[in-house]
Design a protein around this ligand. Structure first.
Ligand SMILES: Cc1cc2nc3c(=O)[nH]c(=O)nc-3n(C[C@H](O)[C@H](O)[C@H](O)COP(=O)(O)OP(=O)(O)OC[C@H]3O[C@@H](n4cnc5c(N)ncnc54)[C@H](O)[C@@H]3O)c2cc1C
Length: 822
């Protein structure tokens, strides 16, 4: 017994030191003192001596830096240098681009919640609010999505003019160049509001404000280029597009075959240094109407007119539309969401060197320029458009499910529909918090490479899930296209968001964890960077520091995973109020588990992990859910911990934790080295999988929130356009919703009388009269039912068309020809 007690005490001291991430010295002192004290008290002299010898044998070499470096780190450095895969220039560039924010804490296994909660609450300025309430509100009032998507296949000219005049294309351009100089949050809010009305308008506005000529010029343009282009771009006098993708280079954008050769040509009688360009680009947004084309191509200099390199690499230029040989103007037709999109081609197009963004010295730096700027645009455009869409799905589906009656009940009351409504509400809460978090990161000056990939992927995937649920709840109403259908086009356009700015399968499989693991890991990048230090003794020192930090980190995460797993995350650091304290502890648990698995996977598989996309995708999911859950907790704090939001927060949080568990379990279960998989299982899930999806009861509370006006619903609908204008069916439905709810108890009385056979009339209005006359309901109640019946009829109606209206202009012409001939 005394032996057991002494061994246990030594183990607990070691475990506690590892759990709290104590230094080696602290661990050694704590363990030796504990062993000695318990050993003496328990009277176990032999065990105490053996344990002390083991502890000293471990502690002394590790604490003796000179010995440790020479005998342990130096040989390991050699092995590490051999096995570490050489990063390609592309990978190196991707890793170096961007900054690490709170996601780094999540990867640490021991997040410092104070770091999250001390971040300033993101807010719009007075000017930004005025823009949302002024020009954005006005623009939304001008958008008739059916006209745009079916009749014109374009925005109407007055909308184009309004967008340009009010500088919607210049949100990211600083005021000094005539732009709006908006914060990322404002930029996001504008896109959300537009997306709630028209995906075509939102995409049109998003593109010039995302990665493209303006962003690139701001960072790399020469003064001359900035002074010329930026004011013109801000005012919409120039319409930009950015052409990277082509038939042979989609996701693998670095493989573009488009090229330029440095040469001289006489232009207007003057010999001019420039490039002869050949390119074939497709899918380029705004290209058909662009006046200036940002072009990515590989630049070669065989005659060494610029320097001694033959292949300079990917290079970016701005070509005016008038450039001779530039073929532009034809259109693609992306899934009936007809924002301008089309191919751009050129054969032997001559462009002077002055067209290079930043000038000739930036030749060959194109990939770095793109990757460095990518995260900012990616953090805003797609996440905001998706968020605007899901907010509108809450407004539309929540109201419709309360209005649409079947089997004598609002369909929202059926449990099957309630399940879909709960997903719509919960995922919208999560998506909105995620979008806000990434916009806030940009406003703090971060270049959120990993969060922007998380936001792009999850906001659009959840947009897809919500759009699907919204369609299902609406039934035939959302299937029949026409001016009355406010859900169909949003659902149709989902795959566009999934594909652009990093197609989702690749973003999930390759980018989130691939970048996150190395970028956010507190030691891996340091170990890799140590390899490139020239001076050997400095290299060894840096490697030793990183290596032993890493080892301690690994041990700590194993201990923390086990301890938090055994206790069901009931211990440890926390934050927030009593309602969410447990949530923070759950995040601590899975953060440790993620760090442990990531380390083990990287350690055992090394460079091969890159090709194990199914594993890395699952670990990326874990990082994503932890990030999204943190974003929701921050939002809860920022909004003053509103009690009304708790069902939404709880639903979304449990969903994230359940998904986290399933992703971790899937990654561990499928890890190819079985003993490692068993060990990880024991450490991460000591009592098996205990997380459960949100309960049915919670789902019912969420569904109740989104189907009735209230403060939580209002927050969920922030920045959605709900003004009940003639072009906004959802706005008008929401205006009627309070009446629909007020009518429900009256309807119950009416239906009871109807079921009891009290009415002789066969039609509703006749029965209503009878109900009033017989005192079942009073006259004001009858008026309410009549008003609601009429209002609801408008919203459950669908469109029908004269067959000719559905024919394209070409078909109509053809049909007329046939008729004339007959
Ligand atoms: C409407 C629209 C607008 C666009 N606007 C622009 C624009 O303005 N400018 C511009 O330059 N480009 C634009 N694009 C191009 C867009 O960025 C590409 O479509 C995207 O990069 C994917 O390329 P791809 O379509 O050729 O798919 P592919 O690259 O052929 O991919 C096919 C599938 O394979 C997956 N995949 C590919 N590689 C991997 C991998 N390593 N691991 C796992 N999965 C992988 C992808 O996720 C995808 O699911 C636009 C595209 C669309 C549809």
């Amino acid at each position: 017994m005394s032996v057991l007690l002494t061994v246990l005490a030594a183990l607990i001291a070691t475990g506690a030191s590892a759990y709290h991430r104590s230094s080696l010295r602290t661990w050694a002192i704590a363990t030796i003192v504990t062993t000695l004290a318990v050993g003496v008290l328990a009277r176990a002299p032999i065990t105490t001596v053996i344990l002390l010898m083991i502890e000293v044998l471990i502690a002394v070499p590790l604490l003796n830096l000179a010995f440790r470096r020479k005998q342990i780190s130096a040989p390991l450095l050699k092995v590490f240098a051999k096995v570490t895969p050489k990063l390609s220039d592309t990978e190196q560039t991707a890793l170096e681009a961007g900054t690490v924010g709170f996601e780094g804490e999540l990867f640490s296994g021991k997040p410092d919640w104070h770091e999250l909660l001390k971040q300033p609450r993101p807010e719009l300025s007075v000017e930004e609010k005025a823009f949302l309430d002024g020009p954005v509100e006005q623009l939304c009032g001008m958008l008739d999505d059916w006209q745009i998507t079916h009749e014109l296949a374009d925005l109407p000219p007055e909308v184009w003019d309004f967008i340009k005049k009010h500088k919607f294309f210049g949100m990211i351009i600083p005021k000094q160049y005539g732009g709006l100089g908006f914060s990322a949050l404002a930029h996001s809010a504008v896109l959300q509001k537009l997306a709630s009305m028209s995906a075509t308008a939102a995409s049109t506005v998003a593109v010039p404000n995302s990665l493209g000529p303006a962003e690139l010029l701001l960072h790399y343009g020469s003064d001359e280029q900035k002074n010329y282009y930026l004011p013109r771009l801000a005012l919409g006098e120039e319409i930009p597009c950015f052409a990277l993708t082509g038939p042979y280079a989609g996701s693998d954008a670095t493989s573009i075959p488009d090229y330029g050769v440095v040469c001289k040509q006489v232009v207007d009688g003057v010999e001019t240094l420039g490039m002869r360009l050949n390119f074939d680009k497709r899918y380029i947004t705004l290209a058909p109407v662009a006046t200036v084309v940002g072009l990515a191509f590989r630049l070669y200099d065989p005659d060494h007119l610029l320097g001694d390199k033959d292949d300079l690499g990917i290079t970016l230029a701005l070509l005016p539309r008038s450039t001779p040989g530039l073929e532009i103007g034809r259109r693609h037709f992306p899934l009936n969401v007809p924002f301008q999109n089309g191919p751009v081609r050129g054969k032997d197009v001559f462009a002077p060197m002055s067209t290079l963004i930043g000038g000739p010295h930036m030749a060959g730096h194109g990939w770095r320029m793109l990757v460095e700027c990518l995260s900012v645009g990616r953090a805003i455009s797609l996440p905001s458009n998706a968020t605007g869409g899901v907010r509108m799905a809450v407004a539309g589906t929540g109201a419709y499910a309360r209005m649409r009656k079947q089997f004598g009940l609002a369909v929202a009351r059926f449990e099957g529909v309630e399940e879909a409504l709960a997903r719509i509400g919960g995922l919208t809460y999560a998506t909105a918090a995620l979008s806000r978090a990434t916009a806030a990161a940009v406003d703090r000056g971060e270049k959120p490479a990993v969060p922007s990939a998380i936001a792009k992927y999850h906001a659009t995937e959840w947009g897809r899930a919500v759009a699907g649920d919204a369609m299902d709840v609406h039934g035939g109403k959302a299937v029949q296209l026409g001016p009355k259908n406010y859900a169909g086009r949003a659902w149709q356009g989902v795959p566009i968001a999934i594909t652009v700015e990093g197609a989702n399968i690749m973003t999930r499989s390759l980018m989130i964890f691939g970048q996150g693991a190395i970028r956010c890991h507190p030691y891996v990048l340091k170990e890799m960077q140590a390899l490139s230090i020239e001076d050997y003794s400095e290299r060894l020192k840096a490697f030793d520091r990183a290596l032993f930090g890493h080892l301690g980190f690994g041990v700590s995460n194993a201990v923390r995973s086990l301890a938090l797993g055994i206790t069901g995350a009931r211990i440890g650091d926390s934050a927030g109020d009593a309602y969410v304290r447990r949530y923070y502890r759950k995040l601590n648990r899975y953060s440790s588990a993620l760090a442990l698995c990531a380390d083990t996977f990287m350690g055992v598989l090394g460079g091969k992990l890159k090709f194990k996309e199914k594993l890395s995708a699952r670990l990326g999911d874990v990082l994503s859910y932890l990030y999204i859950a943190s974003a929701m907790l921050k939002r809860y704090e920022d909004t003053g911990r509103p009690e009304a939001d708790r069902p939404l927060l709880a639903w979304a949080f449990h969903e994230c934790m359940w998904r986290t568990q399933m992703a971790l379990d899937g990654a561990i279960r499928n890890f190819p080295v079985r003993p490692v998989s068993w060990l990880l299982r024991a450490l991460v899930f000591p009592f098996g999988r205990r997380e459960v999806p949100p309960s049915d009861r919670l789902g019912r509370r969420v569904a109740a929130i989104i189907t009735a006006p209230g403060e939580a619903r209002d927050r969920l609908l922030e920045w959605a356009y709900l003004t009940p204008t003639s072009n906004n069916t959802v706005g008008r439905m929401n205006e009627l919703l309070p009446d629909v709810i007020a009518a429900e108890p009256v309807e119950r009385k009416f239906l009871k009388a109807q079921k009891a056979g009290q009415f002789k009339s066969h039609d509703y209005l006749g029965q209503l009269d009878e109900a009033m006359r017989s005192g079942v309901i009073d006259s004001s109640e009858a008026a309410l039912l009549r008003r609601v019946r009429e209002g609801v009829f408008e919203f459950i109606s669908v469109d029908d068309f004269d067959p000719a209206e559905l024919q394209s202009a070409v078909t109509r012409k053809h049909a007329k020809k046939l008729a004339d001939a007959a």
